[in-house]
Design a protein around this ligand. Structure first.
Ligand SMILES: Nc1ncnc2c1ncn2[C@@H]1O[C@H](COP(=O)(O)OP(=O)(O)OP(=O)(O)O)[C@@H](O)[C@H]1O
Length: 248
């Protein structure tokens, strides 16, 4: 359980001379639910982009289950078992909720099975519908979903692909308090049988749902620990309060 699933070592990302990540070491153990925070521009999305093959680092290594991901193409990384959500939505609005899940699940089916006409819903799709709590809306077009429901559908679309690592970029952004609570519960459920990394800004959400938190600042790892430890860390206070003063 405590074995490392993801090991980032000595990661450097440079965009036209700008150092977005510097000498970053970061480890996720199997079965962990980890939150990644940091002020705007800290490098959180860049880290996810490197893990998923969207951005190539200047140097460093990203090992997933012992295998190097740097240099692999995006679809190969997805096939290896790494799934992510984006800040922008990827659901098909005209398709029903269940068809969106079915399509996502089909991603891993061999072509003949994909083309064969199927009856009913697969166990994986039914389980995902149940997990995301959208059973009552299964046959409605995804276009009618609220913002929160759409985010849950996207998480469901990842889960049916059976990834071993889920990377979620700001899943509660723009949600109501009630939707945030339901998302927190959903993350806990998903984390029972997946390793999950969540990028999140909302401190209130973190206090209620996070256990271990990693803080990035200006492309470097600032500190790691429980929510209480991280909040009590003077460096974290400086980074966040310093920003608040600047904005005031
Ligand atoms: N493709 C790119 N080209 C140039 N600079 C980039 C590129 N992508 C990111 N950056 C810069 O790298 C830094 C880190 O960006 P990143 O999006 O990873 O931060 P973040 O921690 O996710 O911030 P936010 O909370 O605002 O999403 C920022 O200063 C950003 O402007």
């Amino acid at each position: 359980m405590s074995e490392a699933l993801l090991e980032v070592r000595g990661l450097n990302v440079v965009f036209s001379g700008f150092h977005a990540l510097t000498d970053l070491d970061f480890t996720l153990r199997r079965g962990e639910l980890r939150f990644l925070i940091g002020p705007n521009g800290a490098g959180k999305t860049t880290l996810i982009d490197v893990i998923t093959g969207l951005t190539r680092p200047a140097s460093g290594s990203v090992r997933f289950d012992g295998r190097e991901l740097v240099g692999r193409r995006e679809h190969r990384i997805v096939r290896a078992g790494v799934g992510r959500t984006f800040q922008t939505s990827v659901v098909f609005e005209e398709l029903s909720v269940v068809d969106n899940l079915d399509l996502a699940a089909g991603f891993r089916r061999p072509l003949p099975a994909l083309l064969r006409r199927r009856r009913g819903v697969s166990d994986a799709v039914a389980a995902a519908l149940d997990t995301i709590g959208l059973g009552d809306l299964a046959d409605r077009p995804a276009g009618v979903l609220s913002h929160g429901q759409r985010q849950w559908l996207e998480i469901g679309m990842l889960v049916v692909q059976r990834p071993r690592l889920l990377l979620l970029d700001e899943p509660v952004a723009g949600m109501s308090r009630d939707e945030r609570d339901r998302t927190g519960e959903l993350l806990r459920t998903v984390a029972r049988d997946h390793t999950v990394l969540v990028v999140e800004h909302d401190m209130d959400f973190l206090r209620r749902f996070a256990s271990t938190v990693t803080v990035l600042h200006e492309g470097r790892l600032l500190c790691q620990g429980t929510v209480a430890q991280v909040q009590a860390d003077p460096r974290v206070q400086e980074v966040y309060l310093g920003r608040a003063k600047e904005a005031a």
